[in-house]
Design a protein around this ligand. Structure first.
Ligand SMILES: Cc1ncc(COP(=O)(O)O)c(C=O)c1O
Length: 361
């Protein structure tokens, strides 16, 4: 039995009709940018997350840049960010004029810790980006206890929680991506900034529209970065299903554990107090780079996502951001994503584990 790396289509199948209806309704309305759907989705998302504000933007990368600017980050500042993450977590720092400074992560949770962040702090540090990698949830409170504001990059962790609080609500501000394969994915690009801080939210709203509040006076050099009405309308159909899908992801992780996966590979460890809705299920194996093609050959989706960590990417090296990050380097070589989705069945998990068990060394 082939098992795909992820399955975004099956969970959406029962929603095709309402999604079509909402698309047609927006087309008929003639309002496409910053209208009632975006406003309603922002309110519903904020209520779901338990924060005062959600600000829809064009994607999760812009969300980070705009949130950092709204936090006052600018030229001459440093922003601490893990290197073991998707490139955008660090790339999004550069347009603010600040410099990304890379920190290491925990080898079993894949997330930053107070210790790894502390090692990268300098008097110039203006903010820390904590990444909720693969759906795990970084310990935001531990990082804020260091005395620096936290921006929580929760692009991969919609529906996860830590200590009863939702991912994207744990820092001074949070960001989400609605890229189609995410836990809450739309049908194109989309993102959001989340916060309890009224001034930060107001600034983010201004920056997403060219730095203007009224389309008459332009107070800042901003961005053209809006979530559009069609995506917002469709996200309103999906959001009420997010928790059910996340339960499916948690069940899939249990299927793997029950099928004995931990006997063959290192399992991802939830951060203490976290209840991850795994976006990607990422195992560790010393021969991950041989296991990957071996699994693919027998029809089991498997992929190393971050083989070259961000601090070793050419564009980052040109920014002069070298760092010594032994855990990141080790994980880059040994991590491997195996199938995960809200509908991964027990039988599929057994199939994946059996393929891993019989893979040639
Ligand atoms: C951890 C992380 N941060 C940021 C982003 C950027 O989001 P987007 O692709 O919506 O710009 C992504 C995903 O793509 C991500 O996985």
């Amino acid at each position: 039995m082939a098992v795909p790396l992820f399955d975004t289509a099956t969970p959406l199948e029962p929603l095709r009709e309402p999604l079509r209806r909402r698309t047609t309704a927006v087309l008929d309305s003639g309002r496409f940018i910053l209208g009632p759907e975006v406003e309603a989705f922002e309110a519903e998302l904020a209520a779901y997350l338990g924060v005062r504000h959600a600000v829809g933007v064009a994607n999760g990368t812009d969300a980070i840049t705009i949130a950092l600017r709204a936090m006052g980050v600018g030229p001459g500042d440093e922003v601490v960010v893990p290197s073991f993450t998707f490139y955008a977590s660090a790339e999004a720092v550069a347009p603010t004029g600040a410099r990304p400074v890379f920190c290491d992560v925990d080898g079993e949770t894949f997330c930053v810790t107070a210790d790894t962040v502390r090692a990268a702090l300098t008097p110039r540090t203006k903010a820390v980006i904590t990444v909720d990698l693969f759906g795990n949830v970084a310990p935001g409170a531990d990082i804020e206890a260091l005395g620096v504001p936290v921006l929580e990059d929760a692009a991969q962790a919609a529906g996860s929680s830590l200590g009863g609080r939702r991912a994207a609500s744990l820092g001074h501000a949070g960001t989400l991506s609605f890229f189609p394969s995410k836990n809450l994915g739309c049908f194109g690009d989309g993102g959001a900034i989340t916060t309890d801080d009224d001034r930060l939210a107001e600034m983010a709203r201004t920056l997403r529209f060219h730095g203007s509040r009224d389309k008459v006076t332009y107070e800042h050099v901003g961005y053209n970065s809006r979530l559009d009405e069609v995506q917002a309308a469709l996200l309103r159909v999906l959001l009420p299903h997010l928790d059910t899908w996340c339960e499916g992801r948690r069940a899939a992780a249990r299927h793997y554990a029950q099928a004995g996966l931990g006997d063959y590979v290192g399992l991802p460890r939830p951060v203490e107090g976290a209840d991850p809705a795994w976006h990607l299920y990422v195992i560790r194996h010393p021969l991950a780079q041989r296991l990957e093609p071996a699994l693919n050959r027998v029809g089991i989706g498997a992929r190393g996502y971050y083989r070259t960590p961000v601090h070793r990417q050419p564009a980052m090296r040109r920014l002069g951001t070298s760092a010594s990050l032994p855990v990141t380097d080790e994980l880059a070589a040994t991590h491997l994503a195996i199938p995960m989705s809200p509908v991964l069945s027990r039988a599929q998990a057994v199939e994946v584990v059996s393929a891993i068990r019989s893979a040639p060394e």
